[in-house]
Ligand binder design. Structure first.
Ligand code: SAH
Length: 344
């Protein structure tokens, strides 16, 4: 059986046509699923009983199950979800002044092998389906009761551009006025820098924000931290981002984790300015979340501020990432890695 949450509105309409129904049926189903949040076909009272029977034979209405729920003092919610096949996936809700942002996972584990990241401790088992990403939103909103998610960042476990089509379909459902109705500009996708996919993504015309995990100002350091840099060098990556800017006229975010003694010197700041000067970009400095027995240390606040000031003085838009959920397992991939016994 197919999970009905896997279908974008267009794909569901195609499916309805193939069942000799009007395309409009798909909108009706979307309203039941996403506006009224019904999860059984029998409750869909404006669908003829005979056709409800047909739907039941074709589709499952599958949601992930909550395995662990942690709520921090600052209101951060972290869920460990169990998928149909038992795969465990994390999803987090963060409270910003401007709204409620969910951090969605795109894969079970990750193959990108970034040296500092807990998600990569467990190799990729598989991609998440569209319905499993949609499920993260639905289950989180159940936990939030009457509150709504206003922003999405695809920054959880996994590399979204290594699961490209499913992530694009997920975004289409999140954005659809008949479903979650979350504006494209309230959605961000973060990639470690898969250059051909950045080019492909540029051409979609989507208004969704793009974030690039840069984390280093030269190839030597970046290759040490991120395997992907062996496939695409920093210059290739920056060229792809410039292409994205040119085609979309949108501003990108460069994420930069501050690691003590690795990438946080003033020389690094100078290199970084050289690299991105003149681009319509903005830099987000991330205080490192130490996980397990990581060989890396978080840069001191002082160091982060000196680095930040240097960028500012040189005309770069820069912010320091706010941290959430200090009293729970907030670091990326930490909860799942613990559950699977990879870290303590
Ligand atoms: N694969 C995608 C999205 C998932 S990672 C990407 O690489 O962008 C989301 C962000 O969290 C990335 O910038 C990643 O480098 C960062 N990150 C991973 N582990 C971290 C840690 N322990 N502390 C702080 N940021 C981390």
């Amino acid at each position: 059986m197919e999970n009905i949450y896997d279908f974008t509105l267009d794909k569901l309409a195609d499916k309805m046509e193939s069942l000799s129904q009007k395309r409009f049926r798909a909108t009706q189903l979307f309203t039941w699923l996403y506006k009224k949040r019904v999860n059984n076909f029998d409750a869909m009272s404006d669908v003829a009983q005979g056709f409800r029977q047909v739907l039941k034979e074709i589709f499952a209405i599958n949601l992930p199950e909550i395995q662990v729920k942690q709520i921090a003092n600052d209101g951060t919610i972290k869920l460990l979800l169990k998928m149909n096949d038992g795969a465990l996936v994390e999803t987090v809700l963060m409270r910003y002044e401007y709204g409620n942002a969910i951090c969605v996972s795109s894969q079970v584990g990750c193959n990108m092998g970034c040296a500092f990241c807990a998600s990569g401790l467990l190799k990729k088992q598989r991609d998440l389906t569209v319905g499993e990403m949609v499920g993260q939103l639905l289950v989180m909103e159940n936990v939030m009761e009457s509150e709504k998610i206003s922003h999405i960042v695809v920054m959880g476990t996994g590399e979204p551009f290594d699961n490209y089509q499913n992530v694009m379909d997920f975004i289409s459902i999140a954005n659809n006025p008949k479903a979650f109705e979350i504006g494209a500009r309230h959605i961000s996708v973060s990639t470690c820098g898969i250059v051909p996919k950045i080019i492909e993504y540029s051409k979609t015309g989507l208004q969704v924000n793009l974030a690039i995990s840069l984390h280093a100002s030269n190839d030597e350091t970046r290759s040490r931290l991120m395997k992907i840099n062996n496939a695409y060098s920093i210059n290739e990556l920056i060229d792809a981002v410039k292409y994205y800017e040119k085609v979309t006229k949108r501003r990108v975010t460069f994420e930069y984790i501050m690691l003590e003694g690795i990438n946080d010197s003033l020389d690094n700041a100078r290199e970084l300015v050289k690299l991105i000067k003149g681009m319509n970009a903005y830099v987000n400095l991330i205080p490192y979340n130490v996980v397990g027995e990581s060989p890396f240390k978080r840069s001191s606040n002082n160091r982060i501020h000196i680095f930040c000031d240097y960028l500012k003085e040189n005309g770069i838009n820069v912010t320091i990432r706010k941290e959430f959920g200090h009293d729970i397992d907030a670091a990326c991939g930490q909860l799942r890695a613990k559950k699977e016994g990879v870290i303590k």
